[in-house]
Design a protein around this ligand. Structure first.
Ligand SMILES: [Mg+2]
Length: 306
């Protein structure tokens, strides 16, 4: 695997109240990524949230919000919890190191700064960060189809429900199931079944292109798509389009009435205002999917509309 494609350029954030120090450290790491800097803890925290850096070099001694406090606040942000923080400090001693690690730092660099040491520490932690990012990304992917897995879906769906609850807007959800898939496996074998899953996943993924839209393999032969800011009509159109896209794939399926692989889709849209909206959405979409199956498969049904 070519790792450079995954994270072409590391983002390094230096937080230090001394411009001399910033200049020196920037110079040391100049070719290891794009270097950004902030001259106070408050500014650093704000920049880190915008920038999502791969590494933070943090001065321990700053007026106002000091390094320890800044580090604690950085680590409280969920989106920054995996970002390594290295303290730069003129202090030495066990107490400082203990406090630093307790605040969430991964390493220390003592002053006076030496180019070789700064570069070695930065390289190590950038490498670890990149490897961690890859593992986290892989843990969210379905091994067979390459699209997001159930775990990634659960996380994202919870997030979108919360987001749509805060500023009440209609959220769309589609549950997709391959018709007569057991018969397909029985007739053509499991390898062909796997290939079929991959093809269907690809078509679904290719049609999920607008910002925030999210496709996942939900279970065996079931897929789910999250459609932010979508009303019922749009979600139904999306489902109908997918149904037609899979039909024109024309994957032979002798044990199916249509003679080709088809899907059934259950969709729902609405404002997820209830506390248990996630569960309500899923069970409503599932009920709609059941109605699509009962109506002869190869079609879409919208929840709440008989
Ligand atoms: Mg300082």
């Amino acid at each position: 695997m070519d790792y450079s494609d995954v994270q072409p350029e590391a983002r390094i954030l230096i937080i230090d109240d001394s411009s001399t120090s910033i200049r020196l450290v920037s110079h040391f790491v100049r070719d290891m990524g794009t270097v950004h800097f902030a001259t106070s803890g408050e500014m650093g925290l704000k920049m880190a949230l915008d920038l999502q850096p791969d590494l933070i070099l943090l001065d321990m001694e700053m007026p106002g919000m000091d390094g320890l406090d800044t580090c604690r606040r950085l680590k409280k942000q969920r989106v920054l919890e995996n970002v390594p923080v290295i303290f730069i400090t003129a202090h030495s001693g066990v107490d400082y190191e203990v406090a630093g690690f307790a605040a969430g730092a991964v390493d220390f660099i003592g002053k006076p700064l030496t180019e070789m040491i700064v570069r070695a520490r930065v390289r190590t932690h950038l490498t670890l960060k990149r490897q961690g990012d890859l593992l986290r990304e892989q843990a969210m992917r379905d091994g067979l189809t390459g699209i997001h897995n159930r775990r990634a879906f659960d996380e994202r769906f919870l997030l979108e429900c919360r987001r749509h609850r805060r500023n009440p807007e209609s959220l769309g959800l589609a549950l997709i199931d391959i018709d007569n898939f057991k018969a397909y496996n029985d007739l053509y074998g499991h390898q062909a079944g796997d290939a079929c899953l991959r093809e269907v996943a690809q078509v679904i993924d290719a049609n999920v292109r607008r910002p925030g839209e999210f496709a996942a393999r939900y279970g065996g032969e079931e897929f789910a798509v999250i459609l932010p800011h979508c009303a019922g009509d749009e979600v139904q159109r999306f489902g109908a389009f997918l149904v037609s896209q899979i039909r024109v794939l024309a994957l032979p399926h002798e044990a199916s009435a249509a003679g080709v692989v088809t899907i059934s889709v259950g969709v729902i849209a609405g404002k997820p205002v209830a506390e248990d909206a996630e569960q309500q959405f899923l069970s409503s979409a599932d009920a709609a999917l059941y109605r699509a199956k009962a109506a002869g498969r190869n079609c879409v049904r919208l929840a709440g509309r008989e």
